[in-house]
Design a protein around this ligand. Structure first.
Ligand code: CDP
Length: 233
């Protein structure tokens, strides 16, 4: 049986909701690596650090700590302070791709991501027999290609840009933010472009990734399809 699943894909392709539900269903750990890049970006904005200042951003990335306190993995601390909703601010959305393209930032965060997966593999649940059954679902842009190149199953989620813009606008509305669909669409496309064209760990499917288009299917259907792929591996 496999013990790690990577899920990569462009903005709003469904990675977070599908990945989290998949991890809950398997009773595995879940790590959304996008939150870590968002945390560096938020800290840079708070401290007035330019998105072009690779050295300073690399140092800021050292302040971002992801702690496996709960299986849901939503436990990111920035310089000792727990952060959450602030990572979804539009200013973070609009700057995160220009922060995450810097190798110094990626190096600092990838080390932590690998350590996290290694800690889960050692059995974070303690020495109970169940711990040997545990695993991790890690989501991002470069998990199957760079962070966990030996993942037992690599998933690459896609959906049309229009569908992704609709989803992102719905999420923003739920947080009380009103924004034109055309604006969301162009922001998503701008982020996809930067993420796919950067030199270090660009967004792309691993050669052995299994692709799933989530346009028009429900979250549960996507989770079931991934579980079918995982079966027998
Ligand atoms: O939620 P959404 O799909 O819009 O984005 P996210 O997963 O929170 O990631 C935010 C940004 O972080 C991405 O647009 C990438 O620039 C960066 N990122 C990355 O470079 N590598 C990862 N493994 C995860 C995120």
């Amino acid at each position: 049986m496999i013990h790690d699943i990577s899920i990569d894909g462009p903005a709003a392709s469904g990675k977070t909701v599908v990945g989290r539900r998949l991890a809950q269903g398997l009773d595995w750990w879940f790590l959304d690596t996008g939150v870590m890049y968002r945390a560096v970006t938020w800290l840079a904005l708070e401290r007035g650090v330019s998105t072009g200042d690779a050295g300073a951003l690399g140092r800021l990335a050292e302040f971002v700590q992801v702690k496996p306190v709960s299986k849901d993995g939503d436990s990111v601390e920035v310089a000792g302070r727990r952060v959450g909703v602030e990572l979804r601010e539009p200013r973070v959305d609009n700057n995160v791709s220009n922060v995450s393209r810097h190798p110094a930032v990626r190096r600092a965060l990838v080390v932590q991501q690998r350590n996290y997966a290694a800690a889960v593999a050692r059995g974070l649940n303690g020495p109970s027999p169940a711990s040997t059954e545990s695993g991790i679902v890690m989501i991002g842009r470069d998990i199957g290609t760079v962070v966990l190149p030996d993942a037992g199953l690599k998933v690459f989620l896609t959906a049309s840009a229009e569908e992704r813009a609709l989803r992102r606008r719905r999420e923003m509305r739920e947080r009380g933010e009103e924004i034109e669909l055309a604006t969301v669409l162009s922001e998503i496309q701008a982020r996809d472009f930067i993420d796919s064209s950067r030199d270090d760990s660009p967004l792309r499917p691993a050669s052995d990734a299994w692709r799933l288009d989530t346009s028009g299917i429900t979250v549960d259907e996507a989770v079931e399809a991934i579980l079918r792929q995982a079966e027998g591996r």
